[in-house]
Design a protein around this ligand. Sequence first.
Ligand code: PGA
Length: 225
Amino acid sequence: MVVKDALEAARVAADIIARIVRDKPTAALLVATGNTPLPAYAELARRAENGEVDFSRVLAVQLDEYVGLEEDDPRSLWRWTRRSFVDPLGVTRTLRLVDVTTFDDDIAKVGGLDLAVLGLGPNGHLGFNEPPCDEHAKTREVDLTPESLVSNARYFDLPVPTRARTAGMTTILSAREKLLIVTGAHKRRILARTLDEVSSRDVPASWLRGEDTTVVADEEARPRD
Ligand code: PGA
């Protein structure tokens, strides 16, 4: 669905996430980092503080992480997830992406993912499922593409690590619902490819098709006819 701006996208995304948590207070949520979902997380923190929704029994599942960082490294994506989602929303249950060989089984053991909250990479990646990526890719370690290295250099003044762990494409697709948030004119081209091209390895996000996926895009990101 297309909404006016990033603020409206945050409200709509927050509505979807809050609905899932109200329906299932122990929901397992795969949580994206990046700038796009931050306003939605801030809106959810506000609602949690007002007692409108309770995240205390939710399981926050990590989507991706750089390889080779110390626990307290400012580039750590787990730190990002904690700061933007876990702590402000009052989440107490977490599943970190530390061991790629057990992660998918760990998710299965908790009954699977109820929702994957996702942003869209400039190269069409979801998490760090870098192109080319087929829809059956499992959780694994990957080399980041030059495009992701450039894009992620926005987040901090230190060099971007070149390897990462990512929840697999198949892991993401296994979530019972997927929410893709896309805002800003710089995402227009890749969103058009995501939605309009035949699903393919070239644009990993194009594997997201079907009724269980909601795309919330703002007017600036909306593909033009
Ligand atoms: P962004 O990052 O939300 O900061 O644009 C998205 C991504 O690279 O996955």
